[in-house]
Write a protein that binds this ligand. Sequence first.
Ligand code: ADE
Length: 243
Amino acid sequence: MRIDILTLFPDMCNSVLSESIIGRARKSGSVEINCIDIRDYTLDKHRCVDDKPYGGGMGMVMAPQPIYDCFSSLCNEIGKKPHLIYMTPQGKTLTQDRVKELSRLENIAILCGHYEGIDERVIEELQPEEISIGDYVLTGGELPALILADSVSRMLPGVLSDDECFENESHYNSLLEYPQYTHPSSWNGRDVPNVLLSGHHANVEKWRREKSLERTFYRRPDLLEGADLSKQDLDFISSLKTD
Ligand code: ADE
């Protein structure tokens, strides 16, 4: 998969995406991520990319021309139109299901807004999918774009190693993850649950499933509706309700 991030702060994006698991995946070629500087496409002789809003008001608005030309150049380079996503608090909130769907695409481009936003005409022209990472406002779209790029990349084959596998973790199966422990077996007067020391694989799996169901039931009961639950799971949840 190829991800292109259109931003005024490519160094900020590149530095985050060069570290840890995503950095390793980029080096090994499991994912290609490019951070493209929108400013390189401005026709303004002072390299300006924004201007005051028509109608007055605070802040600056990103002009349409550099964004449009940046995206057009990307389309020419790839030879087709990548799926374009605009990070904005006005978009639909990102979910793990949408992340999974996006990870099946061959190309995505992520547009980061800044200042007071982007001239509406380029949004109308390019018709991006608008995605928010939550009901709060950040200073720009870069951190949201990094979150999207990270969450999509880690779903791709070869990005996570076997022991970093995502199949048991929170949200993947609409359930929150069970608690994890490592050495030492006793710390600060707190002991690792005995079952995890028992070496009994089936009992460990049962305990983990129940902890996962219990956490989801108490912390995010709304998620249970979308979860794939067996008769045994439902019986266990019923036992929690009567406790
Ligand atoms: N830009 C600023 N805040 C944002 C948010 N919550 N989600 C996506 N993009 C944003």
